[in-house]
Design a protein around this ligand. Sequence first.
Ligand code: GDP
Ligand code: ZN
Length: 458
Amino acid sequence: MEIETIAAISTPIGEGAISIVRLSGPEAVEIANGLFGGKDLLQVDSHTIHYGKLIDPETKEIAEEVMISVMRAPKTFTREDIVEINTHGGIVAVNRVLEMVLESGARLAEPGEFTKRAFLNGRIDLSQAEAVMDLIRAKTDKAMGVALRQMDGRLSHLIKKYRQELLETIAHVEVNIDYPEYDDVEEMSHTLMREKTKKVANEIEQLLQVAKQGKILREGLSTAIIGRPNVGKSSLMNTLVQENKAIVTDVPGTTRDIIEEYVSVRGVPLRLVDTAGIRETEDIVEKIGVERSRKVLMESDLILFVLNNNEVLTEDDKNLFEAVKGLEYIVIINKTDLNQKLSLAEVKKLAENKPIITTSLIQEEGIEELEKAIADTFFAGDIDTGDMTYVSNARHIQLLKQAKQALLDASRSLELGMPLDIVQIDVTRTWELLGEIIGDTASDALIDQLFSQFCLGK
Ligand code: GDP
Ligand code: ZN
């Protein structure tokens, strides 16, 4: 099949002073050259950039001032010839350039098609391709770091290592099956199999544990602020938003109707949510009862439960303690600038060893401690993603869970004294599942579906 040359706008629409139209494929240089009024691009060195004007082939008029980068295969992102036409920003200009290259024979790229070509041409593996997608969506610096590391292949490297170990075990068992008369081989195969399945299962489990943190880094910790009326929930929300750089703010209609507020507390992105009244649930217990409010609260990763230092504990407070039982929460005793009427001993008894922080939001006291407690809840202190490989992609996590399960099945069969060739089925299955993460054993349909999720122009 003939390879088409594809083109798309590869910079975010409407952002930045420069927009880029990117072409990839065998005709990329020729198409650009046909429009370019500068030097002959067919003659220039690879990986060079050239200033000139684009001439509209129909009107023969100068259309745009541009800088054109020429990058010849194979040392390019897609391993095909790539041309990038840099124009001055503005949707009209960049669209006009795109239109001209499409009229000259390029085809509009499908979403993710550049990255897909990079994958199909062996430039990157599937987990790296997905990292490109995660990078586009990354909301905080740390999440960005995770995606970047995945892109440079850390996860792939680990997965390949596990697969290699499993493959060696499988090979060993093959020998055993081929030469059943050697008793010691059988013995060794059993031992090896038991050791390897346990080791790899443990390592996968570790990956899965940090994956939970990875998810939080990517999507934010969904956080509910609860408490009776007037304890200081709105004040807390405002304090968190003001103290910490808001990352994304969705403000549909009025400013009072904030749906989600993203803040980054010591590198932990919090998504303060207000779905179904989660954010401010002053009367949810009253309105919908303990049972149902508990269900709502269970959807949050973290609950900030505010009490008033200046009042004795009420029935409503106790109901809220009931509703958050066993969930992840921090108790905040607010208004410490006022007389203490709340019994700390009583709170401690109800709070199941959860952190209890005292604040005076009005005097800006206790906020540091609260932020530390929030970070501690999930990361045992300030996190450093530097030396950890996070798995943050839902598909990878799913496959890792299945792989771990297959290994546990293998272990159980071993314990039950099942024959090795039965155990081997589970180990082979694990090997395949891990292969799907890096795209070794992934089906075409899966690959198509994955790449279609990309932004246009990537
Ligand atoms: P919410 O109903 O739980 O959202 O509470 P608000 O945040 O609206 O606060 C209720 C009232 O308590 C407001 O008048 C706040 O100014 C006041 N308030 C909040 N935090 C403090 C505090 O630490 N000390 C004192 N004295 N008042 C506070
Ligand atoms: Zn309020």
